[in-house]
Every structure is written in C-alpha cells, then in structure tokens.
Design a protein around this ligand. Structure first.
Ligand SMILES: C[S@@+](CC[C@H](N)C(=O)[O-])C[C@H]1O[C@@H](n2cnc3c(N)ncnc32)[C@H](O)[C@@H]1O
Length: 266
C-alpha cells in the first residue's frame, strides 16, 4: 500500500475535528438559547494541542490558591499570566476592572509583583454586581455577579502575600477612577460583561496607558456578552492599538503608539 500523504491525513483530521465540534455544538445550542441562530458562533475545537498551563509549576501553584475565586478557565488565566509577565520593562501599575472574588486579579498581581516590584495592582468592583447593561447586551440586565466582597478579595491578596494589591469599591470609572486618576498603567484586564461598562473603562484608561501597555478584554467571544465584542470591534483600525482576537475568548489590545487621539471616535 502506498504511504498515506500528510496532506490527506491533515484533511481527514480536519473533517473529524469539524464533525466532533458540530456534534458538541448541537446540545449546547439547546442548552444556551443565546447561541441559537448565531451563525458566527460554533463550538471551537482547536487542532492545536500545546497546553502549558497543565505543567507550568509556578502557574499551577498560584492557580491552586486562586482557582476557586475566579470565573475564568485555565486557558484564559494562563494568557493573563504570560502577558503580565511581559510588561516588566514598562512603567506604570496594573488594574483589573471587574474583579469579582479576585482570583484573576491576584494572579495578575502575583506576576506583576515578580517582574515589577514597585508597581501596584488595583482591583476594582462594585461588589454589588454588573451595572450599565443596555441595548447592546443580549442577556445581561444588571446586578449579576453580586456574590463577592472587597473583604474577600483583600483576604485572598493577604493569603498570597501581595502587598501591592489595592481594592477599589464602586462603579468604575465614575466612583473609583478619581482615586487613581494620576497613575499610569502598563497592564489592564477589563472584565465587565457589558458594552457601556467596557467602553467607559477603556476610554478612561486610554490617556493613562503607556506605550506597549497590554489590555485584555474578557468576554469578547461569548454568546452572552456580545456587547463587549461590539465595543472592542470599534477599536479595530485605531492607529494607536493592535487588536488581537484570541480564540480562547479574550481580545488582547496592545498600545503601539500614543497619537493623543483618545479611545474611539463616537
Ligand atoms: C464576570 S465578573 C468578573 C470576574 C472576575 N474577573 C474573575 O476573575 O472571575 C464581572 C464583574 O464586574 C463588576 N462590574 C461590572 N461593571 C462594573 C463597573 N462599571 N465598575 C465596577 N465593577 C463593575 C461586577 O460587579 C462583577 O463582579
């Protein structure tokens, strides 16, 4: 028998991958009404297999401490871990807007503290749930994720020995922005679930982001959080930012220059 060419093998694997993904997507659509009729949503099953979050010893240690205090999966946490480890050469602090119980924020703070010992990490939340849900948001109505507290986040930071963490309670930026208005930022994680909240947070941050700063938006690719995607898509083409749609659900925005143009045109 002639040897099967690698092209044939790759094509067969790709067909099998699509079939399996389709078979998983059908029951998902039944369970998640927001997915129905959305032709630009499928169940993603990547051909890639490299999964270093399973073996990175330091990541696993920190994940063991924070895993139960975050809604993010290991893939997204690992991306935050990797990116927060690459801004040590920049100036400024780190911020997470929408920290809930602080798991992802404390993971970011751990990494920032290791690479930029003088930087602070600000963790912001209303601690009374999501605000500013509106017409762009398919499922959020406001008040979701109210089951967290500033005291719980502070206790987690203490357990991890993180002196650099400051918790800001209230609506960002209107209520808590003034406490950090004179600071500059090298890293931001925006995890607010809705269009207007994401837009207001990013718009406030833009004049304070140093060149090279990394901003990660959670919720870019999920069916329930289309408002975040709507806002991030408005940034594409902005001369100051590179926008990367990462298939794990994040959008990663990197400041490549500072033209003074502000966040978005409208
Ligand atoms: C999905 S949760 C964040 C999850 C968290 N990053 C984690 O690691 O699991 C979204 C959070 O954003 C908060 N939030 C939404 N809009 C906000 C705003 N404008 N200012 C402050 N917090 C806000 C909500 O209270 C909620 O806790």
């Amino acid at each position: 028998m002639p040897p099967r060419s690698s092209t044939t093998r790759i094509r067969r694997l790709e067909r099998a991958r699509r079939l399996i993904a389709g078979a998983i997507h059908l029951p998902r659509m039944a369970a998640v009404p927001a997915l129905r009729g959305q032709r630009d949503h499928t169940t993603l099953l990547s051909a890639a297999t490299y999964s270093p979050w399973r073996t990175d010893v330091e990541f696993r240690r920190v994940y063991g401490e924070v895993g139960s205090a975050t809604l993010l999966d290991e893939m997204r946490l690992y991306e935050l871990w990797r990116l927060a480890g690459q801004v040590g050469h920049l100036e400024g602090d780190a911020i997470e807007v929408g920290c809930w119980r602080g798991g992802a924020g404390c993971m970011i703070a751990t990494r920032i503290a290791a690479h930029a010992p003088d930087a602070r990490t600000f963790l912001c939340d209303t601690f009374s749930g999501v605000v500013k849900a509106g017409a762009h948001d398919p499922t959020y109505v406001g008040g979701e994720h109210a089951d967290a507290s500033a005291a719980g986040v502070e206790a987690l930071a203490r357990r991890l020995g993180l002196d650099s963490v400051r918790v800001l309670t209230g609506i960002f930026p209107e209520e808590t922005g003034p406490a950090v208005e004179d600071r500059r930022f090298r890293f931001a994680h925006i995890d607010l679930d809705v269009y207007q909240g994401s837009r207001d947070a990013f718009t406030w941050l833009v004049p304070r982001l140093v060149v090279g700063a990394v901003v990660v938006f959670d919720d870019y690719s999920f069916a329930l959080t289309g408002g975040v995607r709507a806002f991030v898509d408005e940034l594409e083409g902005h001369e100051d930012f590179v926008v990367v749609h990462n298939l794990n659900g994040h959008a990663v925005v990197v400041r490549r220059k500072d033209s003074g143009a502000g966040a978005v045109a409208r």
